[in-house]
Design a protein around this ligand. Sequence first.
Ligand SMILES: Nc1ncnc2c1ncn2[C@@H]1O[C@H](COP(=O)(O)OP(=O)(O)OP(=O)(O)O)[C@@H](O)[C@H]1O
Ligand SMILES: [Mg+2]
Length: 214
Amino acid sequence: MNLLSAQNLSHSFEYELFHNVSLDLYSKESIAIIGMSGSGKSTLLHLLSTLLQPNEGKVKILGKEVAAMSKKELALLKRSQLGLVFQSHYLFKGFSAFENLEVAQILSQEKIDESLLKKLDIEHCIHQKVTELSGGQQQRVSIARVLTKKPTIIFADEPTGNLDSKTAMEVMRLFFEYCQEHNAGMVLVTHDNHLASQCDKVFELSNKELKRIK
Ligand SMILES: Nc1ncnc2c1ncn2[C@@H]1O[C@H](COP(=O)(O)OP(=O)(O)OP(=O)(O)O)[C@@H](O)[C@H]1O
Ligand SMILES: [Mg+2]
């Protein structure tokens, strides 16, 4: 099933970042986007995940064009189908890790998956305040929060940037398993070619174009 289809996207800020970018994401599929710093990877992820409107081109999610959605439809889509993991995670700082997961649970009406906490190795610190956790622990809590929502599409921008390579591999395996088990898809932005190569498809953003390299 096609989860996401981007057609001929172009985007500029002060200058043109990229043009004619097209890609498709299907259920159980993972796509990596690599490219130099400043090439526009995060911007592209923002276009794909409805956070930003492209200057030109279309994004369709679950068969529906994003530009044609009402504010309400878009909010519902984001809340129930899209999972965003960013390097600077937006956990609620005054709350404990567990309370952050409870917020996701309430918004999506999905249960908190205890096995997920174990797999992410955060069950021992789940009742601590977010500010008392290490950067890598916070990152894993934000991944747990996103997966608690049971999203259909995961958008992840350097989700393992704060993790050592072994933990990063385990977290990636969790994402891949999640996609297989829930018929979900993932778009991953990374600088790490090794992580990228584990995805089904790899694209490189360079010279203002997106080229498929795997
Ligand atoms: N909201 C914005 N307003 C103006 N310029 C922006 C905005 N967001 C990004 N840019 C510019 O667009 C360019 C691409 O930024 P982007 O964050 O997409 O790059 P990136 O490939 O993700 O880089 P990195 O690998 O360092 O994260 C940069 O030159 C950046 O300054
Ligand atoms: Mg970026």
